[in-house]
Design a protein. Structure first.
Length: 129
């Protein structure tokens, strides 16, 4: 539509009325060697090994559904949550305060960058910085 929109963590924080100052875990790109694997797998699957979606309890499936549909939308097929999604869900399960605006903002940036590398036709303007 030709309207420039600037979204920042501060804007997301203001919109969802939540401070952007709590716990945030970054650098989760290397899933296999991350120490968070054991922590979140123990919480979600009661095992140190990564389980499958069908191994989740009904409560955890519901929380994952809410997260994927509302907070950190997940594109593509499969029900397997990424390590980012599992860590974020871990914070809710343990009732630890997470930096939700930062997670949402980082997820938006990651999704936008992925969509530009795939060169989808629905993004009419140039690349992100």
């Amino acid at each position: 539509m030709g309207i420039l929109v600037f979204i920042s963590e501060r804007v997301i924080s203001w919109v969802i009325r939540r401070a952007s100052e709590e716990m945030f875990i970054s650098g989760l790109d290397n899933n296999k060697t991350s120490p968070w694997n054991d922590v979140v797998n123990k919480r979600m699957f009661n095992n140190t090994k990564k389980g499958k979606y069908c191994d989740l309890s009904m409560e955890h499936k519901l929380l994952l559904k809410i997260q994927n549909d509302n907070l950190l939308p997940k594109g593509g097929g499969g029900d397997q949550p990424s390590l980012d999604h599992r860590v974020f869900l871990h914070f809710f399960m343990t009732q630890k305060k997470a930096n939700v605006p930062k997670y949402i903002f980082r997820h938006m940036i990651k999704t936008l960058r992925e969509s530009q590398t795939i060169k989808r036709s629905w993004i009419p303007y140039g690349r992100l910085i």
